[in-house]
Design a protein around this ligand. Structure first.
Ligand code: MN
Ligand code: MN
Length: 300
């Protein structure tokens, strides 16, 4: 997907807001904080700066690699000595930017974090028009292995589009034979995930689901499910959302039932929380990049 000048300006505004929010969050996250406070702080910062969160703030701790956001009334706390990934996104008129950082409260976690950032930097410094996605994966894999760690092999970056976080093309974190290429004017999120050298270095789906997305709107039985669906269609469209974001949309005593009906009717679907298969800690770094003829522009 190649974007025109006007669309790229929207990506740039989106990325600027997201960059500011990320840097403020980097110094905000501390051990013993409630996870829900971190999620809400990030989402509030984005809104205060004039953006709309493109997806719920993900706070994924230790072996949880991705896709955890606080459910309503979440009581979980950031443990001492943990490794915490914060992944946030902004949309402006649907144009999505996506970024992540890791804060670690232990020394190996800090090395893994530096490694994820180093691998991302290696891509930023070498990516250009017509580079194959398999080669990008190779750059990430080499950068991570040279530091003595492993990339998570089944998590990847992705093309982004309008109201689409994942617009169809994956950017692997390991070398592959994929020959399709990135092109000038396309926008990609690149996100190396790093784990320990003795880890399986893959993620599995956990049974937990905290992030949801509209699949198809169709008629629903109850008035409250209908009301909730209308809110989702209007405010989130095809972008991911958290159950927290629906509080107050229907009377509180109807919220659970309405939400369950949308899930049961397969009107909304969920993203499973991803856990590293050998329960080893994971670090992540992420930027959204606009591909240029001889390089890239970091939008975030
Ligand atoms: Mn992300
Ligand atoms: Mn991403």
């Amino acid at each position: 997907m190649v974007f025109d000048v006007e669309e790229l300006e929207k990506f740039r505004s989106s990325g600027k807001i997201l960059c500011e929010a990320r840097e403020e969050m980097r110094s905000y996250v501390k051990a013993n904080m409630q996870v829900i406070d971190v999620c809400e702080k990030a989402e509030t910062l984005i809104r205060e700066k004039g953006g709309i969160p493109a997806f719920p703030c993900n706070v994924s701790i230790n072996e949880v690699a991705a896709h955890y956001t606080s459910p309503p009334e979440d009581k979980s706390v950031i443990p001492e000595g943990s490794t915490v990934k914060v992944d946030i996104g902004v949309q402006i008129d649907g144009y999505v930017t996506d970024t992540a950082f890791t804060v670690s409260f232990n020394s190996e976690g800090r090395s893994m974090t530096a490694t994820a950032e180093h691998a991302l930097k290696a891509v930023i410094e070498s990516i250009h028009n017509d580079m194959s996605i398999g080669r990008i994966g190779g750059i990430i894999e080499t950068a991570i292995k040279n530091q003595g760690f492993k990339p998570i092999s089944n998590l990847s970056g992705h093309s982004v589009g309008r109201y689409l976080i994942h617009a169809g093309i994956s950017i692997p974190n390991v070398a592959t034979l994929a020959t399709n290429k990135v092109h000038t004017g396309e926008v990609f999120a690149v996100e190396p995930f790093v784990t320990q050298p003795d880890a399986i270095a893959r993620v599995d789906d956990s049974p937990q689901n905290t992030i949801f997305r509209l699949v198809r709107a169709k008629s629903v039985r109850t008035v409250y499910a209908k009301q909730m669906l209308k809110h989702i269609e209007t405010h989130f469209k095809t972008l991911p959302f958290a159950e927290r974001w629906l509080i107050g949309v229907v009377p509180q005593n109807q919220q659970d039932e309405a939400f369950k009906e949308l899930l049961k009717q397969k009107i909304i679907t969920s993203y499973p929380v991803f856990i590293e298969a050998s329960k080893k800690p994971v670090a992540q770094a992420e930027h959204t990049l606009l591909i240029k003829e001889n390089g890239c522009e970091v939008l975030t």
